[in-house]
Design a protein around this ligand. Sequence first.
Ligand SMILES: Cc1ncc(COP(=O)(O)O)c(C=O)c1O
Length: 376
Amino acid sequence: MKIPLSKPYVDQEIKERVLEVIDSHQYILGNHSKHFEEEFAQFIGVKYAVLTSSGTSAIFLSLKALGIGHGDGILVPSLTAFPTVEPIFHVGAKPIFIDIDETFTMDPKHLEKVLINRSQLEEVTKIKGILPVHLYGHPADMEPLLDLAKHYGLFLLEDCCQAHGARYKGKRVGSMGMAGCFSFYPSKNLTVFGDGGILVTDDKTIAKYCRMLRDHGRKEKYEHELVGYNLRFNEIQAVVGRLQLQRLERFNESRRQIARWYGAALKGLPVITPKVQDWAEPVFHLYVIQTSKRDSVANYLKERGVQTGIHYPVPCHLQPAIKNTLDPQLNLKRTEEAAKKILSLPIYPGLEKEKVDFVCATIKEFFNQSPVLKED
Ligand SMILES: Cc1ncc(COP(=O)(O)O)c(C=O)c1O
């Protein structure tokens, strides 16, 4: 049996509609892009959506629109994809790393501690914003994060790249901060068969600014109000995105069902299964277990045809590209512990129960053979 970690969804209708767009000869930011933006904004429950070339560029444009630049600091978790952090550097600002809570998302208690002790930090970096990540499809604990943002006069920008459709206390992620950024990378809950992204916001000025900036700063075809970029979206991917959006709730329900199967089948084994808070409606972009035998379990599964992943083996604050720019005393205990134990199991819409059972039976077999049966 071969079981991949993730698999993009494709069907005949999507293939046929792609061919129609090819024949239309309209390829960049056309009608499908316009409709996709309207439909995505409506799905999230906000006024505006702006398609971009990737999730990374959605974060970059949002930070530009929020006026972030040299000397500014952004509070951000370290257990995330490196692209959460890169745009902070690209606008000239610096990340200030925050530890995670039991759901692997930004810990509001650690954030508060950092903000209380901010005077030392602010001698070099003016803290401007908070950038939580709804990691693995589980929402960050938004209420305390938003309260802290309000109390300290900071903006909050949501990284929703792994959480299309997830809800926090009934609200869709992406609808609570100044803006929310999504990725359509092939493994994501909603994909467009290539790179792509979108930012959503209720703020007209942010939407307008990002819309211009993504397309050479232009207002009209030959009138450039800003010096911008080429971070545009294309029509073939827009038609795919529109059709995937129609199927997204079904995809997410399938992912939740798979998570329930894993939860039931892994019960009693020496692994920690994902914690879901009462207030969360997660979308299980990834199904992440924890075990101190992580590498051996992963190898055992690999030898039996099961692909796994580690998201992420090296937290951002330990990445060679930026490590030397950070405070050497920085201690993110939970993040560093998690990075040693986390293991992502296969999950994608339509993954069959028999395959989930096979993965779980293989993990069980591993522990039956292993001398250490208790998870520490
Ligand atoms: C949490 C997170 N943030 C940002 C990104 C960047 O998205 P993209 O790959 O579309 O640039 C990703 C995807 O890799 C992600 O998972």
